[in-house]
Design a protein around this ligand. Structure first.
Ligand SMILES: CC(C)(COP(=O)(O)OP(=O)(O)OC[C@H]1O[C@@H](n2cnc3c(N)ncnc32)[C@H](O)[C@@H]1OP(=O)(O)O)[C@@H](O)C(=O)NCCC(=O)NCCS
Length: 414
């Protein structure tokens, strides 16, 4: 029998031992210890430990209380991280039991969803987790950025100063409201973000810049220059680009392009449908193609996974772009009748009650399908096309106008 409890200081050595086996990367013992005690989203009080019959810890996982925006509403999210089971205890259902425990704790707390960054998706897919939007990780030549963007940068972009902190918080919070799945960043997270030695921070001023630092800032970009050894090629890796408007975004990308005499490439992650590269000329720069692919402009990367425990609560918690009434049936393949819910969406929010109509006109899906559509930004039409949901085409199109939200753009890893 396994038991669960909150982690304590005296567990640390054993926890690091389990962690080291589960994540054998070169990360030092000290960093692992700090990760348990001073993770930016919480410390040992957020870490759940599994004990075996003899009372020895054999597994651990974090459950952070996060808040993120979905459809313009702030939603409580259970952030799950550092899931690990000791080598000698694997394959006995311990991780599965631990995940169930975390889902129950998160449900009790009133979270709408749990979210995690999986190292392997398969383990979590079995538990009802769904993938969220993929993103484009562009690798673009610094010389491919249009000259007018660089001119805009010369007029607007400057180095960040100590007085800009509040402007950064404000810009990030505003962008998070518009975005899908962006996590409200606690102070400790910001401190780490700003304190990173090699990170360079630039700020874009609006057209009417005021002398007081940051008051009229319309965006910022944080990036790191990466060079494997002295004299080797330098790449510019963007950690975060936040802009209030399109002009600020062009100016900030223009500012990155001003690094062209040092860095050959800019690596920048954007939403999958973002057309940024369409404005560039020869974005693949000095890279050459193959007979199959003439111009590779970057790669596609997967997003976090999400899971819904309580469908009614999850559907009522997020915001909506349109209005309408419809039924949703959630059922596992080969399972029983499932849950049938009726949604009435008005003024951006949904009232969720018993289903009203006939099942034929309803959206029918699984727990994972529900999470993919309502929290992973997969359109109903796409979910139907992928066999993840069923709905007549006209119903899918009507629902898309109600449930659509922007794709998940880069989300803080936790
Ligand atoms: C992943 C991990 C936590 C699983 O721990 P565990 O206690 O052995 O897991 P359980 O016994 O509860 O479940 C194992 C089941 O999951 C399945 N599973 C595991 N990884 C899977 C994957 N990638 N795809 C599909 N199924 C997977 C196994 O086949 C097994 O199924 P079975 O019971 O039908 O045979 C453990 O292997 C571990 O610590 N790995 C290293 C760290 C890690 O990868 N953490 C999770 C990612 S953040």
């Amino acid at each position: 029998m396994t038991t669960f409890r909150r982690a304590k200081e005296s567990d640390l050595e054993r926890l690091v031992e389990i962690h080291l086996a589960a994540y054998p990367d070169p990360c030092s013992i000290d960093v692992r210890m700090r990760n348990f005690t001073h993770h930016p989203f919480g410390g040992l009080e957020r870490l759940v430990v599994v004990e075996d019959d003899a009372g020895r810890p054999v597994g651990h996982a974090f459950l952070f209380p996060l808040e993120a925006s979905f459809g313009g509403a702030k939603v409580k999210v259970g952030g799950i991280a550092s899931v690990a089971v000791a080598p000698e205890a694997r394959g006995r259902g311990i991780a599965t039991a631990l995940m169930r425990r975390l889902h129950a704790l998160s449900d009790r707390r009133g979270d709408a969803v749990t979210m995690l960054h999986p190292s392997r998706q398969g383990f979590y897919a079995r538990l009802g987790y769904a993938t969220t939007s993929s993103r484009k990780r562009l690798a673009i030549a610094t010389r491919s950025v249009p000259e007018p963007w660089r001119a805009l940068a010369r007029a607007r972009v400057r180095a960040a100063t100590g007085g800009d902190e509040r402007a950064l918080y404000r810009l990030h919070a505003r962008a998070a409201e518009r975005a899908t799945g962006w996590i409200a960043r606690p102070k400790r997270c910001w401190e780490l973000f700003i304190a990173r030695e090699r990170r360079i921070l630039l700020v874009c001023e609006g057209p009417r810049a005021r002398p007081a630092g940051g008051a009229s800032a319309t965006g910022y970009v944080a990036f790191t220059l990466a060079q494997e050894q002295l004299r080797a090629e330098t790449r510019l890796e963007v950690d975060e680009l936040v802009a209030d408007d399109d002009e600020a975004r062009r100016a900030l990308v223009g500012a990155l392009a001003a690094m062209r005499d040092q860095a050959t490439e800019i690596v920048l992650e954007v939403a999958e449908a973002d057309p940024l590269e369409r404005a560039l000329v020869d974005p693949d720069g000095r890279r050459f193609g193959t007979s199959g692919v003439e111009h590779a402009l970057g790669e596609i990367v997967g997003g976090p996974m999400v899971r819904i425990e309580d469908p009614s609560r999850a559907l009522a918690a997020r915001g909506y772009a349109g209005s309408g009434a419809f039924d949703v049936v959630v059922r596992e393949p080969g399972g029983d009748d499932g849950v049938a819910l009726g949604l009435c969406v008005r003024g951006g929010r949904a009232e969720v009650g018993p289903a009203r109509g006939r099942r034929r006109g309803a959206l029918q899906t699984t727990r994972a399908g529900l999470a993919a559509i309502f929290y992973g930004a997969l359109s109903v039409t796409d979910a139907v096309a992928l066999g993840m949901a069923e709905a007549p085409p006209e119903v899918a199109a009507r629902l898309d106008a109600v449930v659509k939200m922007p794709p998940l753009a880069p989300v803080d890893a936790f």
